[in-house]
Write a protein that binds this ligand. Structure first.
Ligand code: SF4
Length: 317
């Protein structure tokens, strides 16, 4: 029984989850929770706990590949194997080897969701060359807004970020989808978007995906950009622009995936692992983690170790 339960356990691979951008996406998480080069004010995982530039093998490559292989053997094929997760995947030092090994294993395309901050390093650009789809972010037109919204590691400069994106595009022959995540509203954002358009002209992505806050952000002042502003900004950013956010009907308030209450409701019926919750709610386990932290902070749930697995359950009074 115990070995059966362990055999089912996945530490680094989650899903497949439904993704608006990538269809059914099998997620691969390469760094510990909130290990990132940025501390974005809109981050749905909360504030960054480890803001770093250190590239290393945070999790064992062989274990990650073993889990990917096991998932691909047992599940219906996803649309993408996506390197994303609870932090910045380009911090993983063996990224190039990982992508090559996944591509040896399957014909399912590999996508990488990155904040783009390390593309100024030629070794990171090289590591990504074999990916089928790289989706970096660019949320600011100026260094000032970059500092305010992305709160990067002090060694990351805005000009280097732009030059890294331009250099990557020059060498990368597959799909490059640039995500622009906007916070706030017109008219304050108008100049940012105008300048962004200039950078995008140089970067030449295949698509631009415009997004805004739809889930509870790290900082309450990170408010969504209203739909009418997004539509106008999409036109300003040129051709090939999609708006990918989900709008809450009739209001611009941040909206949860169902929220902590939905997680609590499930736990009140049965103890669940993180994976149970993510699958049950059809969301990524990263989103679930944020709600679990909130519920634990409010002393509404507790953790129980059973059969080598961590189960969350609602506290009974
Ligand atoms: S949104 Fe992405 S890049 Fe920004 S802090 Fe969160 S994980 Fe890092």
């Amino acid at each position: 029984m115990l070995s059966d339960m362990k055999a089912q356990g996945f530490r680094y691979v989650f899903g497949p989850v439904a993704s608006r951008r990538l269809g059914r996406s099998l997620g691969v998480d390469l760094v510990p929770f909130k290990t990132c080069t940025y501390d974005c004010v809109y981050c749905q995982l909360g504030r960054t706990t480890a803001r770093t530039l250190e590239r290393r093998e945070y999790v064992p490559l062989a274990d990650v590949l073993g889990e990917v292989a096991r998932k691909l053997e047992t599940e219906a094929p996803p649309d993408y194997v996506t390197l994303a997760g609870s932090g910045e995947p380009t911090l993983y030092s063996r990224l190039g080897e990982l992508i090559a090994a996944v591509k040896d294993m399957t014909t399912i395309p590999v996508a990488v969701l990155t904040n783009g901050s390390l593309l100024s390093q030629s070794s990171v650009r090289e590591a990504l060359l074999e990916a089928d789809n790289v989706a970096p972010s660019l949320d600011a037109g100026t260094a000032e807004w970059f500092q305010r919204v992305n709160r990067p590691h002090p060694a990351i400069g805005f000009d280097e970020l732009i030059e890294g994106l331009v250099a990557f595009r020059q060498g990368f022959k597959n799909l490059l989808w640039l995500e622009v995540f906007l916070v706030g509203r017109a008219p304050a954002l108008d100049d940012e978007v105008r300048r962004l358009a200039g950078h995008i002209e140089r970067i030449r992505p295949d698509r631009v995906q415009l997004n805004t806050v739809a889930r509870p952000p790290a900082e309450p002042w990170a408010t969504p950009t209203p739909r009418e502003d997004l539509l106008r900004y999409a036109r300003m950013l040129g051709e090939h622009v999609d708006i990918i956010t989900d709008f809450a009907p009739g209001k611009d308030e941040p909206r949860g995936i169902g929220g902590a209450d939905e997680v609590l409701a499930l736990l009140q019926r049965r103890p669940c692992t993180l994976e149970d919750l993510a699958e049950g709610l059809s969301v990524s386990r990263l989103e679930v983690l944020k709600h679990l932290e909130d519920l634990r902070g409010r002393n509404l749930i507790e953790l129980e170790l059973r059969g080598g697995h961590a189960f969350f359950k609602a506290r009974r009074n």
